[in-house]
Design a protein around this ligand. Sequence first.
Ligand SMILES: CC(C)(COP(=O)(O)OP(=O)(O)OC[C@H]1O[C@@H](n2cnc3c(N)ncnc32)[C@H](O)[C@@H]1OP(=O)(O)O)[C@@H](O)C(=O)NCCC(=O)NCCSC(=O)c1ccc(O)cc1
Length: 144
Amino acid sequence: MLVNRRTVRIEWAHCDIAAIVFYPRYFEMFDTSTHYLFEKAGWKKRELIRAFDIVGYPMVDTRAKFLVPSTAGDDVVIETNVTEFRNSSFDVEHKVFKPGPDGEVLAIEGFETRVWVAKHPDDPNRIKSRPIPEEVIRRLSATC
Ligand SMILES: CC(C)(COP(=O)(O)OP(=O)(O)OC[C@H]1O[C@@H](n2cnc3c(N)ncnc32)[C@H](O)[C@@H]1OP(=O)(O)O)[C@@H](O)C(=O)NCCC(=O)NCCSC(=O)c1ccc(O)cc1
């Protein structure tokens, strides 16, 4: 599968009073990381919406395992890839690594299920799932 790796500097604004990252900030980072994965496949978010006449890929399920805390000034690496495509839904995994004394350590694992959606054919104010296009599956399944 196509993998996107990006480095994120943990800022003071990400942290709580205990000086560790407040967990919702990670979900924002994961959402952005999913957009960057699609960008690596060739489509910025707006381009994807235009190219396939969709509304987006909203979240229907998400969770994370927090293994090692991070604090302001840490540079963490977020590795993101799709793990499974189904008809209209797909799973995304994020792994957050931070430097340790013996190399990178896995600090967090994030899991998402998203659905490929367009405007509902009977009501433009609603959304409706659509099959994920072959081109999207092909590019996001590329090995690199
Ligand atoms: C996404 C939906 C429109 C899909 O509904 P329908 O169009 O009726 O389709 P279905 O119920 O048949 O489900 C479609 C598929 O999703 C799967 N699905 C639906 N719900 C779930 C849950 N909860 N878990 C796992 N899989 C699910 C379902 O199994 C189908 O899978 P496939 O076999 O692969 O097709 C509807 O479930 C919905 O509106 N859910 C709420 C979504 C929401 O409010 N999310 C949170 C905020 S939005 C958001 O975060 C966001 C992120 C990025 C964006 O670009 C936009 C918005």
